[in-house]
Design a protein around this ligand. Structure first.
Ligand code: CA
Length: 367
């Protein structure tokens, strides 16, 4: 009885082994042609300081997820800004293939690619919800890939800060006149608009912001949102905390991949990278929202912090100056104009829909 069973098993195994060697099975294996024994050991450089919460941590979590999902076939060693190369050379390092991946935000490359700013954030532009809709489903990501193609870089959205705060001021802002001559750390297009309003935008690295505000070298600064602002101690250097962050309504963070490195990956690892990027895009935004809502309460509880909304006429003037700035830039640069037109077309439709969906819903409580 026992021998019959063993013989039966042996015959079954033999049959399976033989059939696995048959020509039809070989053909179906070849059609996928993925060598799962090959491993890829990549480097990623970021624009963030070492250990920077949410952003650097998110880049590292993304790398950990890829290692787990690929069973170690693709490992990515993540370096913070300055650890391997200076923070703002991330794009060039990926472009030249010095490293395979980078994490930062597209507006950092505005000097080289002005139109890249639309894939990061523009003043009074779309929030995270609109940006995700545009990038994933409204043609935005295809356009972004086209813009980075000459640099041999493949971009993916990988995180979002949500709506940022307007910043910390050492005096109240009651009218647009209060901005005249004001020295504020505010980078990018926001800084350009601020200058048009009569302000004096100052460029400062994150590490210098607190000391400059505390010593009155600057009168005001923006940073990110309540969580990162509180961590930097800005409430100790200025007491007037303004919202909303008109200049950064939902800054998209980006994964950049060197084109040749991307092409070298088998299709399953490419699918793992693009889906891990999409997962981390959602995760970083939700973590940012959670940390901001709890830090906002802590800041409100501090006796010296005065929370203000920018007056309406200040916001409408800054919006008018933003529209003028973008139109001027589009008039002088065909590449900028192409992305501007695509962004505006989607944004107009997104605004019309938001007005009768999320905005209308949120307005109920205030009526
Ligand atoms: Ca900011």
């Amino acid at each position: 009885m026992k021998n019959t069973l063993i013989n039966g098993l042996f015959i079954t195994l033999l049959a399976l082994t033989l059939s696995a060697c048959g020509p039809e099975n070989t053909a179906s294996t070849n059609s996928t042609a993925i060598d799962t024994s090959k491993t890829y050991n990549w480097k990623m450089v970021t624009t963030w300081p070492p250990g920077f919460p949410v952003l650097q941590e998110g880049a590292e979590r993304f790398a950990d997820n890829i290692k787990a999902m690929s069973n170690g076939r693709l490992t990515i060693k993540v370096y913070a800004g300055g650890e391997l190369i200076p923070a703002l050379q991330t794009f060039d390092a990926v472009s030249q293939g010095t490293v395979e991946m980078g994490h930062g935000s597209a507006y950092y490359w505005a000097g080289k690619v002005p139109e890249a700013q639309f894939f990061s954030t523009v003043p009074f532009g779309m929030t995270a919800r609109g940006m995700n809709a545009w990038l994933y489903d409204g043609g935005g990501l295809d356009l972004w890939r086209e813009v980075y193609k000459p640099f041999h870089v493949v971009p993916f959205p990988l995180g979002n800060t949500g709506v940022q705060m307007g910043g910390w001021f050492n005096k109240e802002i009651n009218s647009i006149d209060d901005i005249k001559g004001l020295k504020m750390r505010i980078p990018g297009l926001g800084g350009k608009v601020f200058a048009k309003a009569g302000g004096n935008p100052i460029l400062l690295a994150g590490s210098e912001v607190y000391t400059a505000l505390e010593r009155n070298t600057i009168d005001a600064t923006e940073w990110i949102g309540p969580f990162h602002d509180q961590r930097l101690g800005l409430y100790r250097a200025a007491e007037h905390y303004y919202y909303p962050g008109w200049h950064e309504p939902g800054t998209v963070l980006e994964l950049t991949v060197n084109q040749r490195a991307w092409d070298s990956l088998p299709s399953d690892l490419q699918a793992i990278v693009s889906n891990a990027a999409m997962a981390e895009n959602v995760r970083m935004l939700s973590e940012m929202e959670q940390k901001n809502l709890s830090a906002l309460q802590e800041l409100k509880d501090r006796p010296n912090v005065q929370l203000h909304r920018f007056p309406n006429d200040v916001l409408t003037t800054l919006k008018k100056l933003t529209d003028e700035t973008l139109l001027e830039m589009a008039a002088n640069d065909v590449k900028f104009k192409k992305v501007y037109n695509a962004y505006q077309a989607f944004r107009n439709q997104n605004d019309a829909w938001s007005d009768i969906s999320e905005n209308a819903y949120l307005a109920i409580e205030k009526e």
